[in-house]
Write a protein that binds this ligand. Structure first.
Ligand code: GLC
Length: 523
């Protein structure tokens, strides 16, 4: 299982209120020995003016002083490796910061040799070159008064898009990848991996009719258009092939997982490449876009697995730094079912920091808001899912020093939902995750086994079988507020989301308490 560390919010080692790399290193024992994860994805810690909290990089080969130094990055990677943890880092390929020296040069004049490293165009009728809007709202183009042209930015105006149709850009960015692989990282989470290539003719997007289906969450102004032309032009696959080729020169180990926000599954799956020569995995966000009900979840799970090309491997996630906290998206009591679901599907699970504690979305008042997206529009702002990790009870939750001022407020639920308190409570969510991870480590069926929906599934019960050469288990999740008795064949309960001691044999029927999930081992 992968664990996503958002380093700004994980652990502050120097009392400035921002989490940092030595802070992450100091918590590796928690991650590997206490929780028991296999790998980490560490969100950006590169030099950055922090207009998008590190997703606006001004030097790809250095660490921002907020997080520490390159030596701290190397120490984190080495210490993680000593504990058998893999580390992947963000590779932000679509854009840089506007303060990156490449853009500073590019912007300096129309004939600068780096002009074409970004996307510069003349305006149309005194306005932007076309009607594309930024993911964060507002036009996707900003005017540069000095040179009288517009540059494109899929995100903030401080995040100009690189021009991946320029071979010099491709080479320079491959070098960035090499730099981190040389430093020892085990691969990359590729940011905005479908965005770089857009319609070469730069045609206007058609407006979306009011009832146009949204595949995902409400995206504000971005939803006013049908995004035919502003992402995923077919030559994006060429870029992923080149990137993969470079990564593969470092052996079979390094992993590439790309942020592909595409909900059309065949198109999503095309990012594996026809001969598996692109991303190892496109990130699978489907569960987060699915209504939390058994029929909807079941349909999603089956269609994702159906669409993963034969020989390919997928992944599952229920939270990240861009989404509402899991515990606030599912009904009360369902965090436990969500944990079992995430860790028992066929594919690599990705868990967002704090979700193992049940941390909820924190209300962040607009005067304390840090996210450039949404500002005080609560449903857009991502601040509430990025509040400090809750290590212990007390005013700073063990995140920063007693007089440190955390960069975002500490969640009001931290007195009960924190590592220290939950470790002492056998029935806590944290202990559930620990038991589940231990079970998964021992179970070939859960790790790599096949997946088959089980006939015991109903409107309120999700049941599936996982099978390896040597082992068969059935996973049963009861979404109902009533107990149920189901026929799943004989075996033994090896895990329950509610009762850590449960280990009864199953003969004539499996008894499930309301909202209970279990794993039954058959052999
Ligand atoms: C991705 C990141 C998000 C960031 C954006 C721009 O979607 O996950 O946090 O704001 O890219 O880099």
């Amino acid at each position: 299982m992968f664990y996503q560390v958002y380093p700004l919010s994980f652990k502050d080692s120097d009392g400035d209120g921002y989490g940092d790399l030595p802070g992450v290193t100091s918590k590796l024992d928690y991650l590997s020995n206490v929780l028991g994860v296999d790998a980490l994805w560490v969100s950006p810690f590169y030099s950055s003016p922090m207009t998008d909290w590190g997703y606006d990089i001004s030097d790809h080969r250095d660490v921002d002083p907020l997080f520490g130094t390159l030596v701290d990055a190397r120490t984190l990677i080495d210490e993680a490796h000593q504990r058998g943890l893999r580390v992947i880092v963000d590779y932000v390929m679509n854009h840089t910061s506007n303060l990156h020296p490449w853009f500073v040069e590019s912007r300096s004049s129309r004939d600068n040799p780096k002009r074409d490293w970004y996307v510069w165009r003349d305006g149309r009728d005194g306005g932007p070159p076309n009607n594309w809007v930024s993911v964060f709202s507002g036009p996707a183009w900003s005017e540069d008064e000095e040179t009288g042209q517009w540059y494109r930015h899929t995100y903030l105006p401080t995040q100009p898009d690189l021009n991946w149709r320029n071979p010099e850009v491709v080479e320079a960015m491959m070098d960035v990848g090499r730099f981190w692989l040389e430093l020892g990282v085990d691969g990359f989470r590729v940011d905005a991996a479908h965005q770089m290539m857009k319609d070469p003719k730069e045609r206007d997007n058609p407006p979306a009719p009011p009832d146009y289906p949204r595949p995902y969450k409400d995206m504000g102004e971005y939803d006013r258009f049908i995004h035919l032309y502003d992402f995923g032009h077919p030559d994006v696959h060429e870029i992923h092939r080149s990137f993969r080729k470079m990564v593969d020169t470092y052996g079979d180990d390094p992993l590439t997982i790309g942020e592909i926000h595409i909900f059309d599954l065949p198109e999503w799956a095309s990012y594996y490449g026809e001969s598996f020569d692109q991303l190892h995995m496109p990130f699978n966000f489907q569960l987060m876009a699915t209504e939390w009900s058994v029929p909807a979840l079941r349909a999603t799970i089956e269609s994702v697995l159906w669409n993963v090309p034969v020989g390919g491997w997928t992944n599952w996630t229920l939270g990240n730094h861009d989404e509402l906290r899991l515990a606030s998206r599912v009904p009360p009591g369902h965090e436990r079912l969500a944990a079992l679901l995430l860790l028992s599907l066929r594919g690599t699970p990705f868990l967002y920091y704090g979700d193992e504690l049940g941390m909820r979305q924190t209300f962040v008042p607009s005067e304390q808001s840090r996210d450039p997206w949404g500002g005080n529009v609560e449903w857009l702002s991502r601040d509430g899912a990025r509040t400090p990790m809750q290590w212990e009870p007390g005013p700073r939750a063990g995140f920063t020093s007693p007089d440190g001022e955390p960069w975002l407020p500490i969640g009001p639920d931290h007195e009960t939902l924190n590592v220290q308190t939950e470790l002492d409570d056998p029935s806590s969510l944290l202990n559930l995750y620990r038991r589940l991870l231990a079970l998964r480590r021992e179970s070939m069926a859960l790790r790599v086994g096949s997946f088959l929906s089980h006939p015991a599934s109903s409107e309120t019960v999700l049941a599936y079988r996982r099978e390896s050469d040597t082992e068969t288990v059935t996973v049963v999740l009861n979404f109902a507020f009533e107990g149920q008795t189901l026929s799943v064949g004989s075996g033994k309960v090896v895990f329950s989301t509610l009762d850590p001691e449960r280990a009864d044999p199953v003969k004539n029927g499996l008894e499930l308490a309301p909202l209970e999930g279990v794993v039954v081992a058959h052999r």
